[in-house]
Design a protein around this ligand. Structure first.
Ligand code: ATP
Ligand code: MG
Length: 219
């Protein structure tokens, strides 16, 4: 059974000219330990698809199954719990908690999911090059450093499915490559299914599978 299954997802947005279809029947499976690169032009619907996969937005039709469980069939509380415990998110905006230190931000998701492990968190911080920054606050970090915290925060909770929207888009090439490789290594080692948006053909080349979103469908 795939960890994440998207079945015939459809979504359109209202505009002055009427409904604009964005996703027109998208189906995709992500297996445990599999890394899938999602590519496509700006505006093709990549972020929309990730939001739907994360249960943050509802599709008009189609189903999102996480570990075989239909997200829409759960009550709100059940959906939130499933999301917290199994789905990790890294978005274009980092969404760090400004009042918490880097160390506390790193542990935040894992604590919410009740799976915090101090040793694992320390190791993760070291691998992300954050060991010397743990006592700082997000506003005292560069954009690239904040993005590394956001990635570490998601990974610290050891999600079954990790959804990442251009996770290294804000980093310089060397740092971006190192962080990207770390994400892939951890995902594969932990059996996490990873669906990530990237504009880099080079980075997509490191993934197990590449899918292209065009005209509302995957190719
Ligand atoms: N809340 C919304 N209301 C109306 N239109 C929206 C909304 N969210 C997204 N759209 C539209 O849906 C389309 C897909 O947007 P989306 O953000 O998913 O694209 P994307 O592939 O992630 O692009 P990018 O590579 O630039 O991040 C765009 O045309 C966008 O304007
Ligand atoms: Mg986007």
């Amino acid at each position: 059974m795939p960890l994440l299954a998207l079945e015939d997802i459809r979504k359109s947005f209202a505009s002055a000219e009427g409904a604009v279809p964005v996703l027109q029947g998208v189906s995709l499976d992500v297996a445990a330990g599999q890394v899938v690169a999602l590519t496509g032009e700006s505006g093709s619907g990549k972020s929309t698809l990730l939001h739907i996969a994360a249960g943050l937005e509802a599709p008009e039709s189609g189903r999102v199954l996480i570990g075989g469980q239909d997200m829409a069939a759960l009550p709100d509380a059940g959906r939130a719990k499933l999301r917290r415990g199994t789905v990790g998110l890294v978005f274009q905006q980092f969404n760090l908690v400004p009042s918490l230190t880097v160390g506390a931000n790193l542990a935040f998701q894992a604590r919410l999911a009740n799976v915090h492990d101090a040793g694992f968190c320390t190791d993760l911080a070291a691998r992300l090059g954050l060991s010397d920054l743990l006592a700082r606050y997000p506003e005292q970090l560069s954009g690239g450093q904040q993005q590394r915290v956001a990635i570490g925060r998601a990974l610290a909770a050891r999600p079954k499915v990790l959804l990442a929207d251009e996770p290294t888009g804000n980093l310089d090439e060397a740092t971006g490559d190192a962080v990207f490789t770390l994400m892939l290594d951890l995902a594969r080692a932990q059996g996490t299914g990873l669906l990530l948006v990237t504009h880099s053909a080079r980075l997509a080349g490191q993934c197990d599978r590449r899918v292209l979103l065009r005209a509302g469908r995957l190719a």
